[in-house]
Write a protein that binds this ligand. Structure first.
Ligand SMILES: [Zn+2]
Length: 90
């Protein structure tokens, strides 16, 4: 029953379920650091966002990421995410 299907995750910007591989993962490490996780391999609690600056802005404005992690998100994380968006997720 679709075992090979890409799992869906919710974007913190538009709150839509999307295939995991179309989203960028953001992670809170066990040390409490917030990092972007383009490889999806870092340990910690993850949140996902579409590769769309619209969703990024929405998540920043609504504070959805801070809520997801229970901590403030450093400005540079958003800067870094924007960079990753313009790089096409490389
Ligand atoms: Zn989205």
């Amino acid at each position: 029953m679709g075992a090979k299907k890409t799992p869906a995750r919710m974007c913190v910007g538009c709150r839509e379920m999307k295939p995991k591989n179309t989203l960028i993962r953001i992670v809170k490490t066990p040390e409490g650091d917030i990092k972007t996780d383009p490889t999806g391999k870092l340990n910690g609690r993850g949140a996902y966002i579409c590769k769309a600056s619209e969703c990024l802005k929405r998540a920043q404005k609504s504070g959805a990421l801070s809520r997801a992690f229970g901590t403030a998100i450093p400005e540079e994380i958003f800067t870094q995410l924007e960079k990753e968006l313009s790089d096409g997720g490389q």
